[in-house]
Design a protein around this ligand. Sequence first.
Ligand code: PLP
Length: 365
Amino acid sequence: MKRVYNFSAGPAVLPEEVLKEAADEMLDYGGSGMSIMEMSHRTKTFDKVIQDAESDLREIMNIPDNYKVIFVQGGATTQFAAVPLNLMSKNKKAAYIETGNFSKKAYQEAKIFSDNVRIVASSKDKNYTYIPDCSSLAIEPDDDYVYICENNTIFGTKFHTLPNTCGKPLVSDQSSCFLSEPVDVSKYGVIYAGVQKNVGPAGMAIVIIREDLIKDDADLQFPTPTMLRWKTQIDNGSLYNTPNSWSIYVCGKVFKWIKAQGGLVAMKKRNEEKAKILYDYLETSKLYKNGVEKDSRSIMNVVFTTGDADLDAKFVEEAKKCNIVSIKGHRMVGGMRASIYNAMPKEGVMALVEFMKKFEKENLQ
Ligand SMILES: *Cc1c(COP(=O)(O)O)cnc(C)c1O
């Protein structure tokens, strides 16, 4: 068996211990004689899986009691619609901060429902290589929420200071930084994340919602499909219909793995160490450039390029021969991208930097 260093942005690397455990339990989960995939979601056994997943997540993130947690299908992108559908009140107004492709898509989705959605800050002018100053935004008194994509998976940037929302609820897409470091949940109205970046198998999102923002059906401003109403999911413990039981099960294992590693404080320390190895090298390199402003750098997605598309393609090809895979940058940016999520070991980052040094020596004219 060969395992590679997988730098994919998502679906992405998962902890080997978790994969082995899942493999061991594949034919017989906890003496049930079947895999979790084959089991009714209405069983006591599955109920314990989802309950444990939620309580472990609450413990890891220190989620206050006045926040609900739901496991929903359709990935992060479905939440682009769920956010305006569930949060907009009479004037249907919201402020979006545009820091890349995913926040732009979320904005465009909200525009389907209302013309009163605005971009109040953007880093489009420099191809999303920085996080704009959000200390004094044009928030209006009747804005329902302020929206950010906290870590920009494609562009390799991250909010290190949350925007000043003038008291409005902050909605954050944390897909690619979820559980990578401690966060103060109480600063947010809603946090959501597609799980396939840092937590588990694709096809599911975790949504964390402050209780006072949850609307009764009668208060929704739009004809909202039952499945997209957060309240439906909350009232039914994420089991209104058949959930993505496999994803919930693996996420639950990853939460236990994070706890065993020392929680989010330990995750942060490891992730910063890994990112520093890469960024320190990039700063000294004569071949590679990382165009992101230093105070906007992501510690999850590190982008770099040689500045020459052919040489970048050669890099990707040769890296593959050294077991370094899925390192090609997103088509919107080009170059390379190393996604170094929680489950990427430090050895993987060191192997990447060794390869980069060798490639630099061989290809620097
Ligand atoms: C990947 C990603 C998404 C899209 O996730 P899906 O689960 O594919 O819908 C949205 N936002 C961010 C920040 C992402 O990284």
